[in-house]
Write a protein of this length. Structure first.
Length: 424
């Protein structure tokens, strides 16, 4: 790689990871805030369906808009796009403090949900600073910004308790989104001061030219992998709370007889941290052994762990926590492997392809909880969610092996043609 500047590359990686973490904890704010507010005011008497939609809307918008944000990043560079995204997202985040009903919350959720598109910016803006041999590890470190979800899960409930004077002044909740908005503006200022812009060499391509790789079936295969590993990860952030509350209630009852919501939140946060931190190791493995070998192992382990949970539900919450950490670790490695693929195959369109793969992964985070809910209603079993994970793992494995067989057949045909030409 020409003009590789290690110091600038590492600085950009650090700032990208920090910014992604901040955006991720803003993106997940509804998972805590809606639960806190539901039923507390006359205007917050939301049904379960309304709550589900409010929590899902930011995930949906943050996923769908990853593609156009990725295109803009390839075209104009990561610095201006990231700064504009942070400042724009701060507006609906701040306006959330004035919301007082379902539709106002929904509109603000659509707005600040764009924080989820920061992933597409960061992937393209990180990879361009590093040579190919280091991109997997660098993108794995960047992906550790997922830990922002753990920050919200662990600290937002405590912050809400403080802001509402131990829940005696419920109106104090309005300061939470205001604090988040201030953090977004502050990070945009830091990003403006400390980063340098950099674009791909062929950034003169037209928008349609940049989007040409989306016709490639390979992109959609990568997207399916990410639908499983990232979509499953995001879905479980919310779904694990329900499993702990309904399956492991006896293990999480406090001495006063109430369900320990904070401890359950801590267990979810541990799952998020495990999945996020290990992404750097997943990037290292992908650099060393290749993304395909790592991804194949991830899919096999995903299938095995899912199958184990279908057959056997651990009796104690700590055993289940340990298994969920295995799941999170495997998927964390898988997330890094998927994004090692992209700069290898599409070095000039990382933002576009990464954005499209991110769209499909984010949609997984939107679709999976809905599927989980229907399966639970239909079967009456909480283990039905693992059936869906096992099913997706099988589909991914079948498509991978089908692709490998086709590639091997093409290589065999090419060798035969060469041998024939030599004989003639």
């Amino acid at each position: 790689m020409k003009n590789y500047n290690k110091a600038k590359a590492n600085k950009t990686l650090f700032l990208n990871t920090l910014t992604f973490a901040v955006c991720f904890f803003v993106w997940m704010i509804f998972s805590v805030l809606i639960t806190f507010l539901n039923g507390k005011f006359e205007w917050s008497q939301w049904s379960d369906v309304e709550v589900a939609w409010l929590i899902a809307l930011p995930v949906l918008t943050g996923s769908v808009f990853r593609l156009p944000i990725g295109v803009l990043t390839d075209k104009y560079g990561g610095k201006p796009v990231m700064i504009a995204l942070l400042l724009f997202t701060a507006i609906p985040t701040y306006l959330l403090s004035f919301a007082n009903g379902f539709w106002s919350f929904a509109l603000c959720g659509v707005g600040f949900g764009l924080a989820g598109t920061s992933f597409a910016v960061g992937i393209a803006y990180t990879s361009i600073w590093f040579p190919k041999r280091k991109q997997g590890f660098a993108l794995g470190i960047f992906g550790m910004g997922n830990v922002g979800a753990a920050i919200t899960a662990m600290f937002a409930p405590k912050l809400l308790t403080y802001l509402t004077d131990d829940r005696t002044n419920l109106e104090g909740w309005v300061n939470l989104p205001r604090i988040y908005a201030i953090v977004l503006v502050a990070v945009s200022f830091i990003f403006y001061i400390l980063t340098d812009n950099k674009k791909v060499e062929q950034s003169s391509k037209s928008i349609m030219g940049l989007m040409k790789p989306l016709k490639d079936t390979r992109v959609w295969r990568f997207g399916l992998y990410y639908f499983l590993v990232f979509g499953g990860f995001v879905a479980l952030i919310g779904w694990l709370q329900r499993i702990y509350k309904n399956v492991y209630t006896a293990d999480l009852i406090k001495t006063d007889g109430n369900y320990d919501l904070e401890k359950a939140g801590m267990y979810v946060a541990i799952f998020v941290i495990a999945s996020s931190v290990i992404r750097a190791f997943g990037g290292y493995l992908s650099d060393k052994f290749g993304a395909r070998s790592v991804m194949r192992t991830v899919l096999i382990l995903s299938l095995l762990i899912s199958s184990m949970l279908i057959i056997w539900t651990p009796a104690h919450v700590h055993v289940f926590l340990a298994i969920s950490l295995m799941f999170g670790g495997v998927w964390g490695v898988g997330m890094a492997a998927v994004y090692k693929y992209i700069p290898d195959y599409y070095p000039q369109e990382v933002g576009v392809v990464g954005g499209m793969v991110g769209v499909l992964g984010g949609l997984g985070g939107f679709v999976c909880p809905i599927v989980f809910g229907y399966l639970k209603d239909g079967t009456g079993m909480w283990s039905s969610s693992w059936m869906f994970m096992a099913f997706l793992s099988v589909i991914c494995l079948v498509w991978m092996y089908k692709t490998i067989l086709e590639m091997n057949n093409q290589k065999t045909t090419l060798i035969e043609q060469i041998e024939t030409s030599w004989q003639n």
